[in-house]
Ligand binder design. Sequence first.
Ligand SMILES: *[C@@H]1O[C@H](CO)[C@@H](O)[C@H](O)[C@H]1NC(C)=O
Ligand SMILES: *[C@@H]1O[C@H](CO)[C@@H](O)[C@H](O)[C@H]1NC(C)=O
Ligand SMILES: *[C@@H]1O[C@H](CO)[C@@H](O)[C@H](O)[C@H]1NC(C)=O
Ligand SMILES: *[C@@H]1O[C@H](CO)[C@@H](O)[C@H](O)[C@H]1NC(C)=O
Length: 464
Amino acid sequence: MRIDAFLSVSALLATLQGVNGAPTGTGTNPPLRGSENLLGYSPSNTLNDENTDNIQYTPVPGQNEDAKVAPYLDFENSENPQPIRGDTGGTDPGPRNYYYDRINSDKLAPPGTDNGATINAMWPMGLSHNRLGIKGSGWARQQNINAMPDATKMAGVDMRLEAGAYRELHWHVAAEWSLVLNGSVRIQAVNENGETFVDDVGAGDVWFFPPGVPHSIQALDNGTEFLLVFDDGSFSEDNTFLASEVFLHQPKEVLAKDLDLPISAFDNLPGDELYIFPGTPAPKDIQEQNVTNSAGVIPQSQSYSYHFSEQPAHEVAGGSVKIIDPLTFPIASSFSAAIVTVKPGAMREIHWHPTSDEWTFFISGQGRATLFTAPDQATTFDYHGGDVGYFPQSNSHYIENTGSEDLVFLEVLQADQFTDISLGQWIGNVPKQIVSDTLRLSNESLNSLKKEKQYVVSGKYPSS
Ligand SMILES: *[C@@H]1O[C@H](CO)[C@@H](O)[C@H](O)[C@H]1NC(C)=O
Ligand SMILES: *[C@@H]1O[C@H](CO)[C@@H](O)[C@H](O)[C@H]1NC(C)=O
Ligand SMILES: *[C@@H]1O[C@H](CO)[C@@H](O)[C@H](O)[C@H]1NC(C)=O
Ligand SMILES: *[C@@H]1O[C@H](CO)[C@@H](O)[C@H](O)[C@H]1NC(C)=O
């Protein structure tokens, strides 16, 4: 665009005169502010000749369908994606970020069934500040109420530890539930009875540390990445109680008395927190790190780890589901979770969790969800691997696979049991007359409703 498309020659000259005696420009360089002559109508005003009405684009499959049918629009390879669905919307001439538009088609061109304003239920970890560990040892990034102000019940951290690296010994006020995403890691803790715990966990396994219980985390040979979920939306990974800091902030006289050591024992304490740092590789034989005392080890029934990777998934029509909750992992008394795999075209059915908000992490693939909030608000969000979702208690949602690969995600609840209510099962078990009078479904439709919970429904995509 040329500058003279915006300013007529007379207006340009006027700008050179400055405003209220402000310094004028020098030479051909105009001053910072324009002339008062630019205010309002003047016969010498001109319009630029830009035409915003001849924007060329090719609709993607489904884009011309009725906006309330609203199949997923795949803008990933669209040259010029437009905020248009059926006969709603219009072209976008403007300032825009094609990267976001292409992966958030339900934001650019929302279904006609979306309405009003819900909470924001999506945060990509890729937009979180990444805290880098020292000397190539790893990193951590988090989602909490600073990123998603309405996600008050849970927060999450995505952490990487390179081979042998530590997340420094620490504890925190919140309870910590973790899913190992890649590699393997040694975890160790001491509880309030002095009972000890050590275990090696790998991708797909889960651990839990109760509030206040100090623990250590060290990556084994091949490094690790894991996801941490905390039972407090305002949790911050930057505000944990670190071993280095607790030692740095006691008088050395007190430390010496406390541990019955000479003051010189503390000459080499690190000058600052270590947080994520390289370590001596963990011994291969875990027994070498199995420290015990008269209290013994933490009993198996109260174990801080659960080898969830070894639990086979329960197959359902459109994919598979596996659940971990206090019925089998009792120490994590308020964490209930499910890992759901949704095949291409399939969908985690419309449901809600009657007792808890849901914190969701997308592990791989892509999907979309509509959050429905009473009385009539609905927003559709698009998700990819590495994104966080959040669905408040009893607010309905589905998660539809919108890609060509399996969609895998984790649902986490604050509940002593994993429960959900399925819209399909509900409607399928209400007397037909009531459903017919209310929703005006045909007898044929009423007769094909299912009575059983589906979890994940299969389906062709895009649906015809
Ligand atoms: C880490 O796990 C994710 C999710 O299962 C997987 O897609 C990815 O390939 C894994 N990365 C490596 C390096 O194995
Ligand atoms: C590291 O990976 C190698 C193969 O690349 C495997 O043989 C070994 O068991 C892994 N070590 C751990 C601790 O998982
Ligand atoms: C640690 O040693 C105790 C016995 O003192 C044993 O019961 C426990 O299984 C050991 N833990 C590991 C991880 O080997
Ligand atoms: C639907 O079924 C009900 C109950 O069996 C029956 O009374 C009604 O006539 C049916 N409606 C139609 C349109 O067939």
